[in-house]
Ligand binder design. Structure first.
Ligand SMILES: Cc1ncc(COP(=O)(O)O)c(C=O)c1O
Length: 438
């Protein structure tokens, strides 16, 4: 049976963000099980999960508490709708998220992915401004950062700034204003010209993940908050990637004492178990939607699996794990070790820059011919050595689960370093010969 999987995959699957013409000529790796920081393939080989299964696993795979919570929820009900009904997990989780989130965020609107959390924040901001009336109805536009990434649905792509992913769709997208990442003066300049047309500014706080772990200078997020206040514009913080401890604190916003008007959460919300997202809003925004039914101020949005009980159970168990295992308290020593170890990689001649925060790491290999697929080669080499990493172009990304042990961290960095050397030698055989000769 297992032997038949590769042909089935090649014949019938279409993988995300994947050039299938390359994929069809490669040997697919089938992951069958997980165990802590490891993914286990159908052939029994164990791989360190160096990117937390696309940046979402928090406490490791097969976490006993989350497994038990999901199983217990299955004994009750897997799914019931949030449209016209509620359920205990949704209400309890909303209360706990509000307690954890930056001050002032008091309402939780569920969905299933980072893209939808952002889509919802954009629609809420837009509709809120429309329902304020008066000159605010002109606030129909959004500001986002160059190289931003907020997801793949049409709204979230509209506020995306990565040409490789987004430019094809431009004719379908709504117009936006783009500012330079980390440059508060540029944001001020733009807001002072267009203030009356802007509904909201959207930012990935501290780290622009998909841009290749681009970091902002300290104080940028705070400055963005102050500028939004000064110009009467809403601030949306997209913590889909940075949330749930990735930058060292529960939310990246905390590090600059910033409370956004809308906060987008997904990925790590369930510990990386099940699709669940949350868009948190202030009471001010929520109140802007209140009225008699015939006023049509309702937020007309909601997906079939919005806030599904199974995913809420996983999220509650994940928050329990944060408390019981003191995940954030124990993280500091690990990130210290990680960045010490990364010093070795930063010193490699093949590496241009290593950047990031907490457990979000981008190892930039510089500018290369895309046909060389240098980043991809690193992934292939890492796999041979027992780790799963995934590049963004020629930036090798590491984002291990917060639960990773110090010895596993050492192993991950060692594999990454060896894989970069091996990939480079393969891509540039002549330069390897020259180095040997020298
Ligand atoms: C900052 C940010 N926002 C939104 C998304 C989209 O999340 P999803 O893939 O769950 O739709 C991502 C995904 O990487 C992200 O990094």
């Amino acid at each position: 049976m297992l032997a038949d999987l590769a042909p089935l995959d090649r014949t019938h699957l279409w993988h995300p963000f994947t050039q299938q013409s390359c994929w069809e000529n490669e040997e697919p790796l089938f992951i069958e099980r997980g165990d802590g920081s490891y993914l286990i393939a159908t052939d029994g080989r164990r791989y360190l999960d160096g990117v937390s299964s696309l940046w979402c696993n928090v406490h490791g795979h097969r976490h006993a508490g989350i497994d038990a919570a999901v199983a217990a929820q299955l004994d009750k009900v897997a799914h019931s709708t949030m449209l016209g009904l509620s359920h205990p997990g949704a209400a309890e989780l909303a209360g706990r998220l509000v307690d954890l989130a930056p001050r002032g965020l008091s309402r939780v609107f569920y969905s299933e992915s980072g893209s939808t959390a952002v889509e919802i924040a954009l629609k809420m901001a837009f509709q809120f401004q429309q329902q304020r009336g008066g000159q605010h109805v002109r606030r129909t536009s959004f500001v986002h950062l160059r190289d931003s990434y907020h997801g793949d649905t049409i709204g979230s792509v509209s506020v995306g700034g990565i040409d490789l992913f987004h430019s094809t769709y431009r004719p379908l997208l709504f117009p936006t204003h783009v500012v330079e990442p980390g440059d508060a003066e540029d944001l001020e300049r733009l807001l002072s010209i267009h203030e009356e047309e802007i509904a909201a500014v959207i930012v990935e706080p501290l780290v622009q993940g998909a841009a290749g772990m681009l970091t902002h200078p300290p104080g940028y997020l705070r400055a963005a908050r102050e500028l939004c206040d000064a110009f009467g514009v809403l601030l949306i913080c997209d913590e889909v990637a940075t949330g749930f401890g990735r930058t060292g604190t529960m939310f990246a916003c905390e590090q600059e004492d910033v409370a956004p008007d809308l906060l987008c959460l997904a990925k790590g919300l369930t510990g990386g178990y099940l699709p669940l997202a949350a868009t948190l809003s202030t009471e001010r925004i929520y109140a802007g939607f209140l009225g008699a039914p015939e006023e049509y101020r309702t937020f007309f949005h909601g997906h079939t699996y919005t806030g599904t009980p199974l995913a809420c159970a996983a999220a509650l168990a994940s928050l329990d794990a944060f408390e019981e295992e003191q995940t954030l308290e124990r993280l500091q020593a690990k990130t210290g070790l990680l960045w010490d170890l990364l010093g070795g990689i930063a010193a490699m001649p093949e590496v241009t820059e290593v950047r990031g925060r907490g457990v979000m790491v981008g190892i930039d290999l510089g500018v290369h011919d895309p046909a060389l697929r240098l980043g991809h080669r690193v992934t292939v080499e890492a796999r041979k050595r027992g780790a799963i990493v995934r590049p963004l172009g020629d930036v090798v990304i590491l984002m291990p689960p917060l639960s990773i042990s110090e010895s596993e961290l050492r192993r991950l960095v060692e594999i990454t370093s060896d894989s970069i050397s091996a990939a480079w030698k393969e891509a540039y055989p002549a330069s390897a010969e020259l180095a040997q000769a020298a």
